[in-house]
Write a protein that binds this ligand. Structure first.
Ligand SMILES: Cc1ncc(COP(=O)(O)O)c(C=O)c1O
Length: 345
């Protein structure tokens, strides 16, 4: 049975063009740097993001953690948002792999402001670790985008305090679409950027890490240390090239579907849509009915996969495998569910 899968944009299938390109890709041993398709992808990723060099890595987590490992020394402290993926969903890897501690910033909207950086950076003192890295996220996992001006102010301040700045840009192309800007505007000011090919951009596997030539050379060695040196990886890079060339151009459609879904849900009185969290391909909502969490099994029985709510808030994500008709079908599922379930007091 084909399900309407709204759990995440990570569930996207490689497109028929990707499968064809993968089967025909020129390949070589990438540890010897012999793979022409990987080289082409790394050059393209660096070019589009405004950086001198790029590295193909297995996942977003690997890209982020390689950035931390490459920018820091054992015992350093890094600054990031309390809910950012790097600290919330990467298995504590920064402590395990890089032996760094993390100073987290918590604001209700998950943004980081210059005042937060000022108070989080450690002074030079015998008791303090060295603060060496600020890691931002854009778009954020909460469905919003950090404004360009704020991002620039944060980077400038961090640089003036001697920190490097990394961007977890898993969905940075989504952010660029919403802001109607070249992705370089968002990525070039950073010392390193990770972006994912395997989410809304539909590749089956892979993320890119970009930065200076020196940074990427060190990250390449660290990738080998982690067992991430790949051989005939051009088979995967062939899909990545299509992600960057073609799939970045269609993300607006996913955003449009998310907007359509949010607007329709707003009309259902039992549904509270989080309007401030609607910048990209995500819709967050609460259901004011008894046993709202039963929506997960109800939706599944009606052919639709969603994740359980987190703190009672559901998140659904649109992507290349979700059509306008699928959005309509999900709206009908919600309508039916609230009809059959009494409103909570
Ligand atoms: C913001 C963000 N960063 C990093 C990642 C990690 O990517 P991966 O699942 O490829 O390790 C994700 C994954 O969902 C993410 O949402």
């Amino acid at each position: 049975m084909k399900y309407i899968d709204l759990r995440s944009d990570t569930v996207t299938m490689p497109t028929p063009q990707m499968r064809k390109a993968m089967s025909e890709a020129l390949v070589g041993d990438d540890v010897y740097q012999d793979d022409p398709t990987v080289k082409e992808l790394e050059t393209l990723a660096a070019h589009v993001t405004g950086h001198p060099a790029g590295l193909f890595v297995a996942s977003g987590t690997m890209g982020n953690q390689l950035a931390i490992m490459t920018h820091t020394r054992r015992g350093d402290e890094i600054i990031t948002g309390a809910n950012y993926h790097i600290v919330a969903h990467e298995v504590g890897a920064a402590a395990v792999l890089s032996n760094v501690s993390i100073r987290t910033i918590h604001n209700d909207n998950d943004f980081i402001y210059p005042k937060d950086i000022k108070s989080a950076v450690r002074s030079i003192d015998i008791h303090n670790p060295r603060t060496s890295l600020l890691s931002l996220e854009n778009a954020l996992s909460n469905g919003t985008i950090m404004p360009i001006e704020l991002m620039r102010e944060n980077i400038e301040l961090a640089h003036s305090l001697g920190l490097n700045v990394h961007l977890d840009g898993a969905r940075v192309f989504n952010a660029a679409v919403t802001l109607n800007c070249d992705v370089k505007t968002l990525t070039a000011p950073f010392d390193s950027v990770m972006f994912c090919l395997s989410k809304g951009l539909c590749s089956p596997i892979g993320s890119m890490l970009v930065g200076s030539k020196d940074f990427i050379e060190k990250a390449r060695k660290n990738r080998k240390l982690l067992g991430g040196g790949m051989r005939q990886a051009g088979i995967l890079a062939a899909a990545g090239l299509i992600s960057i060339h073609d799939m970045t151009k269609r993300l607006a459609e996913d955003h449009h579907h998310a907007q359509k879904l949010a607007l329709a849900l707003t009309e259902i009185k039992e549904v509270e849509v989080y309007d401030k969290l609607r910048d990209i391909n995500m819709v967050f909502f609460k259901l004011h009915v008894e046993t709202a969490e039963r929506l997960v099994e109800f939706a599944l029985a009606h052919g639709c996969k969603i994740n359980p709510p987190s703190d009672e808030v559901f998140r659904v994500v649109t992507h290349n495998d979700i059509s306008s008709a699928d959005v309509d079908a999900f709206i009908e599922i919600i309508r039916k569910f609230v009809k059959e379930n009494p409103r909570a007091n």
